[in-house]
Design a protein around this ligand. Structure first.
Ligand SMILES: [Mg+2]
Length: 290
């Protein structure tokens, strides 16, 4: 970690005791869980479920997942004690912990074009893997050979790019895929969460993909109370202020969050510092050692 990133982390955690209750915003795939071609196999990294459960049990952090998936997929995969706030479809959908669900409205002309495209791709997926979402047509080429990926990408761009000019439709680039969609992006989801939160609350957003960059930028605009974190094995150009390699550095980060809140709640600055990190215990539990 660079000295600047280290300073930023220390400053952020130092502020956590002084502001309102902190907000922890998390992408799912690639951030909390390793990628799987079968996305229903993408369970969290060892120890992550236990750490998030512990943060949730403290009852002091507003925690939400912001994902490209339909929101309902996250709860069963994460397996926390109690339901979590999830913003699905990159923010176009909101699932409340009590089960209420909201979808953004789509302009009729955009809806019509999108439905036409989804019907066409369900018959011919251009050689890639077509994902049909309520607000989007998504083409994936993850796992394809280099040449095949290039071919699928070219065909997808030729089809999607002219449609993206229609009012209400937009393109979303992500690693190994392209999405034509309606609705807010992850930056819009972060802004919507901020709009209903205390203006002094420390807010962190953790993500791995290009689609998370809009969220990082929204966080960066907050100044010192915001922390944007790229979670990724290899570094890439990013707007994020801090880079963590999963899963070990992610666990260390979540454990620090847990301890900082714990100290804040108990008022004892040394509390918890003489015990091993919670992720050691979490890893034991994940490996079935009780
Ligand atoms: Mg991701």
């Amino acid at each position: 970690m660079t000295p600047e990133a280290d300073d930023k982390l220390n400053d952020f955690f130092g502020r956590m005791g002084r502001g309102a209750s902190p907000i922890l915003l998390l992408d799912y795939d690639g951030t909390l869980a390793r990628f799987r071609l079968d996305r229903f196999q993408a369970t969290p990294f060892a120890g992550v479920r236990q750490l998030l459960t512990a943060i949730q049990r403290q009852g002091h952090t507003r925690m939400a997942v912001i994902t490209g998936r339909p929101a309902s997929e996250i709860g069963p995969l994460l397996g926390l004690d109690t339901p979590l706030e999830v913003w699905g479809l990159h923010g176009a959908e909101r699932l409340y912990p009590d089960g209420r669900r909201e979808m953004e409205e789509t302009p009729p002309a955009a809806r019509e074009k999108l439905d036409e495209l989804r019907r066409r791709l369900s018959v011919d997926s251009l050689g890639g893997r077509f994902e049909d979402k309520p607000n989007a047509a998504v083409m994936h080429w993850r796992g394809c050979s280099h040449d095949k990926a290039k071919h699928v990408e070219q065909r997808t761009r030729r089809l999607f790019e002219p449609l993206a000019l229609i009012d209400g439709l937009g393109l979303l680039e992500f690693e190994a895929g392209l999405e034509l969609r309606t609705g807010r992006d992850k930056g819009g989801a972060v802004e919507a969460i901020l709009a209903e939160s205390s203006p002094t609350a420390p807010v962190a957003f953790l993500g791995d993909d290009l689609t998370d960059e809009a969220g990082f930028r929204a966080i960066n605009s907050l100044g010192p109370r915001g922390l944007s974190v790229l979670v990724r094995r290899e570094y890439r150009e990013t707007a994020a202020q801090v880079w963590l390699r999963p899963p070990a550095e992610l666990r260390t980060f979540l454990d620090r969050w847990l301890r900082t809140v714990e100290r804040q709640r108990t008022g004892n600055r040394n509390h918890g510092m003489d015990r091993p990190p919670a992720y050691d215990r979490a890893e034991q539990l994940a490996c079935g050692i009780s």
